[in-house]
Design a protein around this ligand. Structure first.
Ligand SMILES: NC(=O)c1ccc[n+]([C@@H]2O[C@H](COP(=O)([O-])OP(=O)(O)OC[C@H]3O[C@@H](n4cnc5c(N)ncnc54)[C@H](O)[C@@H]3O)[C@@H](O)[C@H]2O)c1
Length: 502
């Protein structure tokens, strides 16, 4: 293993664009000597100026002492010629996302650097094995996948490919730590960890939209207010842009042999084709004004209906009783044949739950009590459900102090469906040994700002409940997209925590 703390250790960075200059910056502030190269002289000048300005801002914000900033700047050398990287013991490549261009750089680097030096690529979608295949010494080739903007994103995925020497992986992890990042070791697989796992959140939202169950605004509100995500899936799609997230979806889908679990929807493709890219084009799932601010549409008006005098609760449920009591609605009366019936199913749509329980589907209203229900509650009814009954239950929930999201019938509502899918893909990542269970959660939280990792969501829902939701989704749709991960199934059947290793 290379000593990344040695006084003569130098890191080479090829490509001084958005990523390369960020990688150089965190290395410099971490006390590392950096040689930064780029094919373009102008880009090098620009990168150095921007990087120094960012370091100065850290001083202004008192996050860095002036003498440390000066020392960091003094540790930087920029050069147009790749030959300048000869003394480097690790080189990170961050040039254009093009396999041939990357292979050329790696071959050129092998001609100039020492026998034991490590070569890492910051690629987000090219298999490390494909780059290593062009090299003489494949054991020293790995991935070092940073996230944008590098100085703000603490995660770095260290990608170990088929031939990568474990010592190289250790060196890159130690280097990541010196750069103030949190390294997570990940196998060389399509999308690596975060770009694979991240599909579940927004793609399931796209599937819910495709089924006309709810609007993007409704789905975003539920995921933020009930599940604690900082951004809703459609806000996230608009922020990253369809020109970025659609091609990544295609790469991951192809890489996993067109597994329906990671399939996006036709709407996503047509938005990409039509140039409805999101914030950057002023129009995505939302519209944006000239200042880039989201133009909000007014919330749906309430019907003006009054809460019912009583509700029928066919199954004992503390949460439902508490809501009815808070709204001053009676819960103990026998079924009078006219009052609303309230249920809180897991994984089922209202139709299936009403029929299973032998209830009148026209009077049955399903509400989702799976996540935080203090602000917002989702309700749905079977087709042919009595609108007046739905209005009365919405009024009950409003009287209990909740904002109501009304959706069409859907197995698992919005929140159960999306969080169970996130958990299921997380379990599949654990099953594939993409990373350790703890690292899967750490990477998804740091890389995507999730409130919990996927295995954390399985624990929150309950491992058995997560499995049941997936089974219900699978049974009701007949789609392989919803087949439960075997990792999840075994732990659910055995009553074990989601992160239990094999
Ligand atoms: N931007 C992101 O969000 C992001 C996130 C993670 C990983 N990545 C990956 O990082 C890499 C760089 O992305 P970026 O956004 O910084 O790109 P960028 O276009 O901002 O920068 C690329 C730089 O590489 C230089 N370059 C191109 N070919 C070169 C060559 N043969 N030799 C030397 N320099 C060369 C260009 O002059 C440019 O300055 C890509 O592989 C990308 O997939 C990007």
């Amino acid at each position: 293993m290379i000593n990344v703390g040695a006084p003569d250790f130098a890191l080479g960075v090829v490509g001084a664009g958005a990523m390369g200059s960020g990688i150089a910056q965190v290395a410099l502030t971490g006390g590392i000597t950096v040689i930064l190269t780029d094919a373009s002289e102008a880009q090098l000048d620009k990168a150095r100026a921007a990087l120094f300005a960012r370091i100065d801002r850290l001083v202004e914000k008192r996050e860095l002492k002036p003498d440390s900033a000066a020392a960091a700047k003094a540790r930087l050398t920029v050069a147009r010629e790749i030959g300048a990287l000869a003394p480097c013991r690790v080189v990170v490549e961050a040039i254009v996302e093009d396999l041939d261009a990357k292979r050329k750089v790696f071959r050129a680097l092998e001609e100039i650097i020492g026998e034991e030096a490590i070569l890492a690529s910051n690629t987000s979608s090219i298999p490390i094995a494909a780059i290593a295949a062009a090299c003489r010494h494949r054991r020293r080739v790995a991935g070092m996948h940073f996230f944008n903007p590098v100085p703000l994103m603490r995660l770095v995925e260290v990608i170990a490919s088929t031939d990568t020497d474990p010592a190289a992986v250790e060196t890159l992890s130690a280097l990541g730590q010196r750069m103030g990042r949190t390294p997570v070791v990940v196998k060389d697989a399509p999308g690596f960890l975060v770009n694979f796992g991240g599909r579940a959140y927004y793609q399931e939202a796209l599937h819910i939209l495709q089924e006309s169950v709810a609007t993007p605004a409704d789905i975003d509100l539920v995921m933020r207010e009930c599940c604690g995500f900082r951004m809703g899936p459609f806000e996230l799609l608009d922020l990253t842009g369809m020109d970025v997230n659609y091609p990544v979806s295609e790469i991951v889908l192809k890489g996993y042999g067109y597994d329906p679990r990671v399939k996006t929807t036709p709407l996503h493709a047509s938005m990409h084709l039509a140039g409805r890219l999101g914030r950057k084009s002023g129009h995505g799932f939302y519209r944006y004004d000239a200042d880039g601010k989201k133009i909000a549409s007014p919330p749906a008006a309430m019907s003006g209906a009054a809460p019912p005098a009583r509700v029928i609760l066919p199954e004992p449920h503390e949460g439902l009783v508490a809501l009815a009591v808070a709204a001053g609605v009676e819960t103990q009366a026998p079924d009078d044949g006219t009052s609303p019936i309230m249920i809180a199913p897991w994984g089922e749509d209202c139709t299936a739950a009403a029929l299973r329980l032998g209830l009148d589907p026209r009077r049955t209203v399903a509400v989702d009590l799976s996540h935080d229900t203090t602000k917002r509650i989702t309700q749905m009814m079977a087709p042919s459900g009595d609108v007046a009954i739905g209005d009365a239950v919405a009024a009950l929930l409003a009287a209990a102090g909740r904002t109501v999201t009304r959706i069409k019938d859907s197995p698992g509502f919005i929140a159960q469906r999306i969080t169970a899918m996130v958990a299921n893909i997380g379990c599949e990542m654990a099953q594939m040994g993409l990373a350790s269970p703890a690292d899967i959660d750490k990477a998804m939280q740091l890389g995507l700002n999730y409130p919990l990792g996927p295995l954390g969501f399985a624990e929150k829902l309950g491992v058995r409940t997560t499995y049941d939701i997936m089974r219900q989704l699978f049974d009701s749709t007949g789609s392989d997209r919803y087949r439960p991960s075997l990792w999840l199934r075994r732990r659910a059947l055995l009553g074990l925590p989601a992160a239990t290793p094999d």
